[in-house]
Structure formats: structure tokens, C-alpha cells
Design a protein around this ligand. Structure first.
Ligand SMILES: Cc1cc2nc3c(=O)[nH]c(=O)nc-3n(C[C@H](O)[C@H](O)[C@H](O)COP(=O)(O)O)c2cc1C
Length: 336
């Protein structure tokens, strides 16, 4: 059995949230390269469909979500960061098989079940946050996953579906054989709107203390900086925090001593990201996915918006290189 890293985590632990089209092997590596050792503890894959994994055609379409580059493996090891595969679906048998596959065929350290995604078509099919309304099925899914592998197991969920039901839903999950519970302080109906309710997360932490002190409890929602994460751990009694969109505002989030990021550092990260993305995925993934990141790196320096505009027109790694070189030349001309 691989070690139960959840029990070995120091408090507080910091995680980068699972994010579709964001937390692939490439971005995870880029974030780690730019983090201070010890400040980022847990990483999650993009959510991976258990139906897709056991579908003849679907399999090839989803398995890239579980890809881990060699270079990522090395940096995970060097920094003692644990990597967790997030899975979703509705059929317990497929969870069982997917868990078996992850344990036997991949190097993930743990498994996380998505019971939080609020997106309409996912919820319509009874998956993810819809499971909040199906506690018995949620239980079957957890038990099947547990049976399929002995990897550490967590559940990521919300505080309710149409209304807040922290007490009943979280108490139910705390009775399950899981190692950690990650709570996003919104209900399904809110999607990503309004503010996450950290008082409900604190209520969940209190329930955990009473019902299942061995289960780690991680809070999630609206954390904007490393210091903000530390403050929330103290204030709300959680064991750790998970950060999602905060990384878009500051990709150096897990390197809190880096406060003033200069243009050179930003463009170096942009280029490293583009190069690794292209080496990893070649033509197999849409190049446009990178454009979200270009906007993140091209901010707050002279000529940033012009460069960003040019990068939005690119469709290959060579075109990105040209745009960066033109930017350098133009900046020099403007300096003189
Ligand atoms: C682009 C994007 C993709 C996401 N994909 C997933 C996902 O695959 N699995 C998941 O559990 N949550 C997903 N989420 C939700 C985040 O993990 C997180 O719970 C949410 O953004 C709240 O945290 P934050 O306020 O720190 O962003 C996604 C969020 C964003 C913005």
C-alpha cells in the first residue's frame, strides 16, 4: 500500500484545485517549478469520467487527463508534492474499475471523487453535485472506489444543492471510509457566483471534530493569496486550504516571498509553459487552451496588452516565439 499522505500532511496543507483544461500535467509542473518548496503540498488532475474510462471510444478521449509527464514525476518527488486523480460518474462498478486502474497502472498517490461540479449537463445526468441529493448512491460510490483500490481517498463537495445542507450532508460523508473531505463553500445553484460561505465550512470542521477526527478537512473558495489561506485555516479551523482561481491572478501564489514579479519572469514562465505544452500534447490538444494562460502572464508591464493581443492571434509555438521576439525588439526601440 502506498503511504497515507493525508495523515502525514502538516497543518496547514495547501492544494491547487482540480480545474478542467487547466490542471493538466503541464500546468501542474509549471506551478511547481515556480513554487517554494513546502508551500504547495497537493495537486489534483482534471476531472476524469469513469464512464469515459470504460467506453470503447471514450477511453482514448479521457485518458490524457491521467497523463503524468516524466519531468512532472521528478519534480513531484523532489518537492514531496502528492498527486491525486479526480474522478466522476454515477455507476459504482465503473468507479471500482477506474480506482483499480489508477492504483495499478498509474503513479497517482490518491483518488478524489467529484461530488461538487455544478455544471448543468453533468448534474442532469445525476453526477457530481447532483449526488448531494442522492446520499445512498454517494455511499455506494465511495464504498466501490474504496474496494477498487487502497489508495488514500477523498471527496470534494459543496455545502448543498438547491439549499445549504451542511449538517446532514457533511455528517453523512463523515461516516464514510474516506481520508479527507474538501468543501467548497457554495451550493450547486450558486455555480461560482456570490461568496463562498466560510462559516459553513467552519461548521463542517466542527462536525468533523465531533464525528470523525481522523478525516482531514480542507476548505475551498475565494482564497486570493497564500497569507489569506493561512488566515482562513486559523479562523475557520480547517486542516488546509485549496486554491483554484487565485492561481489565475498570481501563478506565483505558492511562492509567497515573490511579491514583485518582473516582466522577464512573467515572459519566461509564458514561454516555458508554451514549450512544455507543445512538447507534451503536440497537435493532440487544442492550442487555444493556452490563451487563457497568456492573459495571466501578460499583465502589468509596458506593452503587455499589445503583446497579449498578438498572442491571441497565434496558433503555434513558432508564432508565440515570433510574438515574444517582436515584443522584445519593440520594447528596445521604445526605450531608445
Ligand atoms: C476553469 C475551472 C475548472 C474547474 N474544474 C473543476 C474540476 O475539474 N473538478 C472540480 O472538482 N472542480 C473544478 N473547478 C472548481 C474548483 O476546483 C474550485 O472548487 C472553485 O473554483 C472554487 O475555488 P476558488 O474560489 O479558489 O476558485 C473548476 C473551476 C474552474 C474555475
Amino acid at each position: 500500500m502506498r503511504s497515507n499522505f493525508w495523515q502525514e500532511q502538516n497543518t496547514p496543507s495547501f492544494s491547487l484545485a482540480p480545474m478542467e483544461d487547466v490542471t493538466d500535467t503541464v500546468f501542474r509542473e509549471i506551478v511547481m517549478r515556480n513554487s517554494e518548496k513546502g508551500k504547495l503540498n497537493l495537486l489534483f488532475s482534471e476531472f476524469t469520467s469513469t464512464d469515459g474510462m470504460y467506453h470503447e471510444i471514450g477511453h482514448d478521449k479521457v485518458k490524457h487527463r491521467l497523463q503524468i509527464n516524466h519531468s512532472e514525476k521528478q519534480i513531484l518527488k523532489d518537492n514531496n508534492v502528492k498527486l491525486i486523480a479526480q474522478i466522476w460518474g454515477k455507476n459504482p462498478e465503473k468507479y471500482y474499475k477506474t480506482a483499480q486502474y489508477i492504483a495499478q497502472e498509474t503513479d497517482f498517490d490518491g483518488i478524489d471523487i467529484n461530488m461538487g461540479c455544478p455544471v448543468k449537463n453533468v448534474v442532469k445526468s445525476g453526477c457530481c453535485s447532483a449526488l448531494i441529493q442522492e446520499p445512498e448512491l454517494a455511499k455506494e460510490i465511495i464504498l466501490a472506489t474504496r474496494e477498487g483500490s487502497n489508495l488514500p481517498l477523498s471527496v470534494k463537495t459543496r455545502i448543498g444543492f438547491k439549499e445549504v445542507v451542511t449538517e446532514s450532508w457533511i455528517s453523512h460523508l463523515l461516516g464514510m471510509p474516506i481520508d479527507a473531505l474538501i468543501i467548497h463553500g457554495r451550493i450547486q445553484k450558486q455555480m461560482s457566483e456570490g461568496l463562498a460561505d466560510w462559516n459553513e465550512i467552519a461548521k463542517a470542521a466542527h462536525l468533523r471534530n465531533q464525528l470523525a477526527p481522523h478525516i482531514k478537512l480542507i476548505g475551498n473558495g475565494d482564497i486570493i493569496s497564500y497569507q489569506d489561506g493561512l488566515n482562513k485555516v486559523k479562523q475557520y479551523g480547517v486542516d488546509g486550504v485549496m486554491i483554484g482561481r487565485g492561481i489565475f491572478k498570481n501563478p506565483w501564489m505558492f511562492n509567497p516571498s515573490m511579491t514583485d514579479i518582473d516582466e522577464g519572469t512573467k515572459l519566461k514562465m509564458l514561454w516555458e509553459h508554451t514549450e512544455l505544452y507543445s512538447q507534451t500534447w503536440g497537435g493532440n490538444k487544442n492550442f487555444n487552451i493556452l490563451k487563457r494562460f497568456f492573459k495571466i502572464y501578460c499583465k502589468d508591464f509596458y506593452g503587455a496588452s499589445k503583446l497579449c493581443h498578438q498572442l491571441m492571434q497565434t496558433s503555434s509555438v513558432d508564432e508565440v516565439k515570433d510574438a515574444l521576439e517582436n515584443h522584445k525588439i519593440n520594447s528596445k526601440i521604445d526605450e531608445n
